[in-house]
Design a protein around this ligand. Sequence first.
Ligand SMILES: C[S@@+](CC[C@H](N)C(=O)[O-])C[C@H]1O[C@@H](n2cnc3c(N)ncnc32)[C@H](O)[C@@H]1O
Length: 181
Amino acid sequence: MTHADHAALIREGTGGAGGTWADLGAGAGAFTRALAFVLGDVARIYAVDRDTAALRTLEREVGSVFPLVRTVHADFMGDVPLPPLDGILMANSLHFHPDACAVLAHAARWLKPGGRLIIVEYDIEMPNPWVPHPLPWSRLPAAIECAGFSSARLLGTRPSRYHRRVYSAVCDAIYSRPEED
Ligand SMILES: C[S@@+](CC[C@H](N)C(=O)[O-])C[C@H]1O[C@@H](n2cnc3c(N)ncnc32)[C@H](O)[C@@H]1O
């Protein structure tokens, strides 16, 4: 996929320019770059990953162009010190975790009420070595409902050479952050 594909997959889900976002499982930053491009110069983006080498690449290739992108070396299933977020992007990072509901419920703690969650995943049912825990579009509603999000809206799809196709979807946080309860 090209940068244009990445941007097209997420653009409509962001709800416009600006804001504070996190890209959980940002890797080398293919989608971080698209997010920064779509949100514009004023957006603050935290690119979170546990892979140091990938984050170095991200800093070099994305951070140099978009100075408001910050890398955070962390396991996003831990207690990552993130500010209240307008949005979270998870692109191809959920499928490394067997319990998508648990991951999404954990991520929801960082979202402001009404904050957005954009998911990009492969639309395949069967696991393989590269996608050990697939979350196809057909199984997304159960996972996000379980984690306390609104129903998901399909944003777009792109063919995938090895994994049938990629889809993107957006949903909203519908309950408040735990510390505000
Ligand atoms: C297939 S890559 C996707 C990278 C990027 N989002 C993209 O689509 O190009 C998945 C990334 O998620 C990261 N990841 C998976 N689980 C993670 C976790 N619990 N905490 C931090 N990073 C994680 C991996 O280190 C890897 O860089």
